[in-house]
Design a protein around this ligand. Structure first.
Ligand code: PMV
Length: 325
């Protein structure tokens, strides 16, 4: 059955950084994210017995993609099938935003691939399945805030995301400062591997990330935005400290990223509550309250010339199937 699914990307407020199992994509620490409304992937998927090989059309162009190819083999194994996949996928990311994320891609793929077989996988099962494509995708199955529980088991059966409710969710804004639209120099996959293997700070990172998660959960429960902001900014900088302390050292910061961070500190000095976070690339995401989003966006826009204001988005879902449902 031909099925179309949509999934939005997410930004981690407590980062996932480092795997304890490379193959099963099991993280060293649990993480928490907000799914965003602006960036999403729409994927039309069909399992076919008339194709000789898998077909992937990405943004209108036929592509060979090793990561997706490997993932289709994982799905065939999980579903116990030998069918070939026909995939048409569009990334709806504002032109050249440099934010194309594997999170929305693999969450949409897992959702569509399962529905295409008429399976009724639970959200938790889909989160586990999406995780096998890309760790952060496990969280994009859910809208709003989601926690990816690292789990304890060696087979990964307890490593999946769950939704996390807070009254603050709908008050949050994420202002994305686009400082570069070039592809990442060091992928998150190889960056985290290098860090796990060589950074003397890695063990402390995983230990304190768990403490940060507990603390931010409390702050969300108390609707204490100041606490939420302070914890998420510190957590992001600790993650980036592990890249600076890897051997050889590397960083995702660019000159512009540092200027944006400085501007956020100045906003705070002016009484506007805003906090920054960064992932495996130079773009900076600024978390603030909706009431301040315009002020934050206009200040950062003066610096980088390209900003986007996002809010909490929806979880992954099937939007169309051949039965017209
Ligand atoms: O799931 P990946 O391989 O795209 O890794 C994501 C890593 C970070 O974006 C840096 C942090 C996170 O938790 O999303």
């Amino acid at each position: 059955m031909k099925v179309t699914a949509v999934a939005h990307t997410n930004i981690a407020l407590i980062k996932y950084w480092g795997k304890r199992d490379e193959k099963l994509i099991l993280p060293s620490n649990s993480s928490l994210s907000i799914t965003l409304d602006k960036f999403f992937t729409e994927t039309t998927f069909e399992w076919s017995n008339s194709q000789e090989k898998d077909l992937l059309v990405l943004n209108g162009e036929e592509r060979e993609d090793k990561k997706i190819q490997r993932y289709l083999d994982v799905l065939r194994h999980e579903f116990d099938i030998t069918l070939r996949a026909v995939i048409h996928s569009e990334n709806h990311v504002p032109t050249a935003a440099g934010l194309a994320s594997s999170a929305s891609a693999f969450a949409a793929l897992a959702t569509a691939a399962s529905a295409s077989l008429g399976r009724k996988d639970s959200k938790i099962a889909l989160s586990r399945l999406a995780r096998l494509g890309s760790g952060s995708a496990s969280r994009s199955i859910f809208g709003g805030l989601a926690i990816w529980q690292k789990g304890e088991k060696a087979d990964g059966s307890d490593s999946y995301a769950v939704p996390f409710e807070s009254e603050l969710t709908d008050q949050l804004a994420v202002v994305v400062a686009i400082v570069s639209d070039r592809p990442k120099k060091i992928s998150s996959r190889s960056g985290m591997k290098q860090t796990v293997l060589t950074s003397p700070f890695f063990a402390e990172w995983t230990r304190t990330a768990e403490l940060d998660l507990e603390a931010i959960k409390k702050a969300f429960a108390n609707s204490d935005f100041t606490q939420v902001g302070e914890i998420l900014e510190h957590n992001a900088m600790k993650m980036h400290a592990t890249t600076l302390s890897a051997n050889p050292p590397f960083t995702y910061f660019s000159q512009e990223s540092l200027l944006v961070m400085e501007a956020v500190r100045e906003l705070r000095a002016d009484g506007i509550e805003a906090y920054f976070t960064m992932d495996a690339g130079p773009n900076v995401k600024i978390v603030c309250l909706r009431q301040d989003e315009e002020k934050v966006a206009s200040r950062i826009d003066q610096l980088v010339g390209r900003v986007l204001i996002c809010h909490a988005g929806e979880g992954a879902k099937v939007i169309q199937n051949e039965n017209g449902n």
